[in-house]
Write a new protein. Structure first.
Length: 118
């Protein structure tokens, strides 16, 4: 079992930055990959970014590449999403997820709202 709790969301203006955090507990954090997803109103949930267990390998969606940075701290069982140059289209509920198997993300947090005003 893995428990995930996101924090750091809020209301910002276009061009601002936010840093999301996701605190994990349960299974040994350094043994599984982590990801960030988001869901805007009326849209399906979409992939944002992912990081492997070691932090050495990262991946980003084209829409956030160059603006967002994912990182993790295996000492403190946390994953982060630094979001720069935010745009109104980044407005969504952001979820962190744990991939404890090779197949899929199997644990999810409750989400944190990010709203970017123009």
């Amino acid at each position: 079992q893995v428990q995930l709790v996101e924090s750091g969301g809020g209301l910002v203006q276009a061009g601002d930055s936010l840093r999301l955090s996701c605190a994990a507990s349960g299974r040994t954090f350094s043994t599984y990959a982590m990801g960030w997803f988001r869901q805007a109103p009326g849209k399906e949930r979409e992939f944002v970014s992912a990081i492997d267990w070691s932090g050495a390998i990262t991946d980003y969606s084209d829409s956030v590449k160059g603006r967002f940075t994912i990182s993790r701290d295996n000492t403190h069982d946390a994953v982060y999403l630094q979001m720069n140059s935010l745009k109104p289209e980044d407005t969504a509920v952001y979820y962190c997820a744990a991939k404890t198997t090779m197949k899929q993300y199997d644990y999810w947090g409750q989400g944190t709202q990010v709203t970017v005003s123009s």
